[in-house]
Ligand binder design. Structure first.
Ligand SMILES: [Zn+2]
Ligand SMILES: [Zn+2]
Length: 90
């Protein structure tokens, strides 16, 4: 199983600022319904981590770092476990 840490953008009132809400390079909203991105949020699908911060790049950096901190259980887990059990056995 692979966990994901999707990054989402939000308006000041907490509603989603979806990808089709384009902004100018200075961050001004171009979409008529857009209030402007106030913060970005990343939530791990594993349920062990989440954060929000006004800096989109910062959130993106932290979510990548968190994702990298996950043990690669889906690949090495069962084998490592078997090895441990063998080592522990008398
Ligand atoms: Zn928006
Ligand atoms: Zn996680």
């Amino acid at each position: 199983m692979t966990f994901r840490v999707p990054l989402t953008n939000h308006h000041a009132d907490g509603t989603d600022c979806p990808a089709d809400h384009k902004h100018t390079s200075s961050g001004k909203p171009l979409h008529p319904d857009c209030l402007g991105r106030t913060y970005s949020q990343a939530v791990c699908s594993r349920g062990d981590w989440q954060m929000k911060n006004p800096g989109k790049g910062y959130v993106n950096e932290c979510r990548k770092r968190h994702l990298a901190s996950h043990p690669k259980q889906e690949v090495t887990g069962p084998k490592v476990l078997r090895d441990l059990l063998r080592l522990d056995a008398p």
